[in-house]
Design a protein around this ligand. Structure first.
Ligand SMILES: [Zn+2]
Length: 458
């Protein structure tokens, strides 16, 4: 089998940055191994760069990129919070036709690629037209989102959302019409159809996502849990009001309800999981479930801080998401997971495994941004090892944000001080997506996105 090789100054291999190793990739885009001193003609020398496994963004709503910067004020002149922000998000969601969904998603995915993200879990809940009618192809908008990711070149796990209602004893909100499914069976059939239709592309997978305990009743959760054999994602315990409504309806908190139904396990991801009881933390941990924290969004919306230290200690697994796209920089999310806890716990290095190693904490955080996301999405990405997809990115170690950070310690600089500006090359399944910090569709996508934003916001 013909192979190619990439020789950076430092290769992240086996959990550490190592010098002098070339990453070998076969024609199918899979990692063959890491070899020393390879000098063949097909070696691509990546001088001055560190090569790392691609970042896995486990929770995204791509179209929300449209409202970035447009909601950073108290719209009612009074208190602004998650719920007022949500109304602005609904407005943008109402304005998108299928092409608009494609254009907005493509711009978000392109920005992700430029940030070293090679795989996205897209929590997709726009299904119907603005009047609440199904499109001729009921999967039209899902297909547009997948097309956007694949045109950019990143891997996508489409998490097909199920949405039944505005909430427990909550009047219908006409601006949620586009999200609504008529039954859990409709959700399951849509996910099955998509899984079959998209099977030919190995960079596309399909999961299912009951939106939240607010948006679906218990019977839906039970039916989906019984019938679906893939990954299941659900927003949970993001806001205190959501927890209170859940207790009112079920006499249980959101994760208590999920546990009682039998949802918790390694295929399950609770997105946010901020307002948790001790029992809920223990339940997530003993089930080895995943928690996807989205720190840049959670701080933007005033949600609170994910108790990542207690979740890890209990045995839960952590992943990260850019969620609302308030910013798209997964390394920033990785460090905020730790830095927010410092503000709460009034100490440093909260998530450090405690072995006294300089890169111990950086490794934990980088792991959540890569392997943690892969586990949450049920994919074999996130780690460079023989047989895994060759999804990776490089950073320029001479970039002003990183210069001077040598050796294995560079991981600390990359995680705590790096960002999209230092990203140079991005590869997905061995194919080049970003070269020298640029994406081929940057101008075209930016132009289309600007025109779309003008059409919606004037
Ligand atoms: Zn979300």
């Amino acid at each position: 089998v013909a192979t190619r090789a990439f020789l950076p100054d430092w290769l992240y291999w086996g959990g550490a940055l190592r010098p002098g190793l070339a990453l070998e990739v076969d024609e199918a885009g899979l990692v063959v191994g890491a070899t020393e001193g390879r000098a063949a003609a097909d070696v691509e020398r990546l001088a001055g760069r560190a090569l790392l496994p691609g970042l896995v963004n486990a929770h995204s709503h791509a179209f929300q990129r449209l409202i970035r910067g447009r909601t950073e004020f108290a719209a009612g002149g009074e208190r602004d919070d998650f719920w007022t922000w949500r109304e602005a998000m609904f407005s943008a969601a109402s304005a998108l036709d299928p092409e608009g969904v494609f254009v907005a998603s493509r711009q978000a995915f392109l920005e992700m690629a430029l940030a070293g993200i090679t795989c996205v879990g897209e929590f997709h809940y726009l299904h119907r037209d603005p009047d609440g009618r199904a499109y001729a192809d009921p999967d039209e908008l899902s297909v547009q989102v997948v097309r956007a990711a694949r045109e950019v070149g990143i891997r996508i796990a489409l998490l097909r959302v199920g949405y039944a209602r505005s909430g427990f004893r909550t009047p219908e909100n006409p601006r949620q019409r586009r999200f609504i499914d008529s039954s859990p069976d409709e959700v399951l059939r849509a996910a099955d159809r998509l899984r079959t239709a998209l099977r030919s592309d190995e960079a596309v997978s399909v999961g299912i996502a009951p939106h939240s305990v607010r948006a679906v009743p218990r019977s839906w959760l039970e039916e989906i849990t019984r019938a679906w054999d893939g990954v299941v994602h659900m927003h949970a315990a993001e806001q205190p009001a959501e927890v209170e409504a859940c207790v009112q309806e079920h006499g249980l908190r959101p994760i208590e309800l999920a546990a009682e139904i039998g949802m918790l396990g390694s295929r399950f991801t609770a997105v946010h999981a901020i307002h948790l009881s001790d029992g809920e933390i223990a339940a997530l941990g003993s089930a080895a479930a995943n928690v996807c924290a989205c720190p840049s969004t959670e701080r933007n919306l005033g949600d609170g801080v994910v108790p990542a230290d207690r979740l890890l200690a209990a045995g839960a697994h952590l992943a990260l998401g850019t969620d609302s796209q308030a910013s798209i920089d997964l390394l920033e999310d990785a460090r905020q997971l730790e830095l927010h806890l410092r503000l709460v716990r009034l100490r440093r290095a909260v998530l450090d495994p405690g072995r006294g190693e300089q890169t111990g904490l950086a490794r934990v955080l980088f792991g959540t941004a890569t392997e943690g996301g892969a586990r949450s999405l049920g994919l074999s990405v996130g780690r460079l090892r023989p047989g895994a997809p060759a999804d990776f990115f490089t950073v320029d170690l001479h970039h002003p944000s990183l210069v001077g950070a040598g050796g294995d310690a560079a991981l600390g600089a990359i995680v705590f001080g790096g960002g999209p500006a230092a990203v140079r090359d991005v590869y997905v399944a061995g194919r080049s997506v970003v070269r020298e910090g640029r994406h081929a569709l940057e101008e075209q996508s930016g132009r289309a996105f600007s025109a779309l934003a003008r059409r919606i916001f004037g």
